[in-house]
Design a binder for this molecule. Structure first.
Ligand SMILES: [Zn+2]
Length: 196
């Protein structure tokens, strides 16, 4: 049976670059891969799988929350690569899990562990629960040399804990930070108590 891989990291940890490199290697060997991502909105470029390094590719498949994955869509493939997997619904993760067994097809998911309030994304939670291999893609904190574990939201350059978990088209940005640098800038008390 093929494996389900969950490769998680913070913003700027080169997850998408890693995904595109894996896709490149498969294709170089004459193998077929499917690039998949959840659809968040219909903006121009929604199919883009773009790394901050400048490398980019187009998704072969966009998944809706209620998508039903048909075996026929995955026939003749050697690997499925999923970008932004934190935005998958738990049900979609379970369908990808099923594919690894029923089609003996490896699925490699890349995404964020937690949101800007330090809480697991629903898709990330399910991947931690059911993946065979869990691997961290690491990057250094924006402000020191420790490993980053959080994504700090900034609006106008100021750190904030306000707003929706997924904000589309806003002027916010995210930086990877360690626990200490996060705690220096924002109150962490009570974040674990909120409903996820
Ligand atoms: Zn730091």
């Amino acid at each position: 049976m093929a494996k389900l891989y969950w490769r998680y990291g913070t913003m700027d940890s080169a997850k998408t670059l890693n995904l595109l490199a894996v896709a490149h290697n498969y294709k170089k060997q004459g193998k077929r891969v499917a690039l998949v991502k959840p659809r968040l909105d219909d903006r121009f470029g929604a199919r883009d799988i773009a790394s901050r390094s400048g490398l980019r590719a187009e998704a072969d498949m966009l998944l809706e929350p209620d998508s039903r994955l048909a075996d026929a869509d995955f026939a003749e493939l050697d690997c499925v690569l999923v970008d932004e997997a934190q935005f998958l619904t738990p049900g979609l993760v379970d369908q990808l899990r099923r594919i690894t067994r029923e089609l003996d097809l490896p699925v490699i998911c890349y995404g964020l562990r937690t949101d800007f309030r330090t809480r697991l994304f629903p898709g990330a939670r399910r991947l931690f629960e059911v993946a065979d291999r869990i691997e961290e893609v690491k990057v250094t904190c924006q402000f020191c040399n420790r490993k980053a574990i959080f994504n700090m939201r900034q609006v106008g350059g100021e750190p904030t804990l306000s707003g929706d978990q997924i904000q589309l088209g806003g002027d916010e940005s995210y930086v990877p930070v360690c626990y200490a640098c996060f705690a220096d800038r924002l109150p962490l008390e009570g974040l674990g108590d909120d409903p996820p």
